[in-house]
Design a binder for this molecule. Structure first.
Ligand SMILES: Nc1ncnc2c1ncn2[C@@H]1O[C@H](COP(=O)(O)OP(=O)(O)O)[C@@H](O)[C@H]1O
Ligand SMILES: [Mg+2]
Length: 140
């Protein structure tokens, strides 16, 4: 159970597998928040950051071989969820980088901004990585 099977709102987009698409991914998700009337309820910066980090990981580790990357946004209640699909069945691993490391920091950020994240296999092969951004607390 992922807790998101029913209800809520859903948006899907396929994005070209290029680093330049990161900006497009961010815009698509910001548009979702705008259209769904959620700009006051969810931290737009955090949603954009999480989405671009997951998208970048799909390009870097996802074995896409030139295929477009499916990005999904789901909103239900107090959770805004981002999913990025790729072709690598292996999931991401949270590593704690040292001061010298220049890589391996992305998921630390995702972990800090999200209440829950993980990955699930796809029947057609590959997997998707999901990350759930919580609504702002009332009055913050
Ligand atoms: N979409 C993914 N598919 C497979 N492995 C992944 C994916 N995203 C991340 N990983 C694994 O988790 C590790 C940590 O990811 P991350 O913190 O984003 O660091 P980086 O991308 O700089 O290596 C990666 O080195 C990689 O081994
Ligand atoms: Mg990364």
């Amino acid at each position: 159970m992922t807790g998101m099977e029913t209800g809520g709102l859903l948006y899907r987009v396929w994005v070209p597998p290029e680093p330049e698409s990161a900006r497009q991914v961010r815009r698509h998700l910001e548009d979702c928040l705008l259209r769904w009337g959620l700009l006051d309820r969810f931290p737009v910066e955090a949603v954009g950051l999480v989405a671009t980090e997951l998208f970048t990981n799909a390009l870097k580790h996802g074995k896409q071989d030139g295929r477009a990357v499916l990005v999904v946004a789901r909103w239900r209640g107090e959770v805004f969820r981002v999913e990025v699909h790729d072709r690598n069945p292996q999931g991401p691993v949270l590593t704690w980088p040292t001061d010298q490391d220049t890589e391996g920091r992305d998921l630390v950020l995702v972990d800090a901004l999200c209440q829950r994240w993980g990955h699930l296999p796809k029947r057609t092969g590959g997997k998707f990585v999901f990350a759930e951004i919580p609504a702002r607390k009332e009055g913050v």
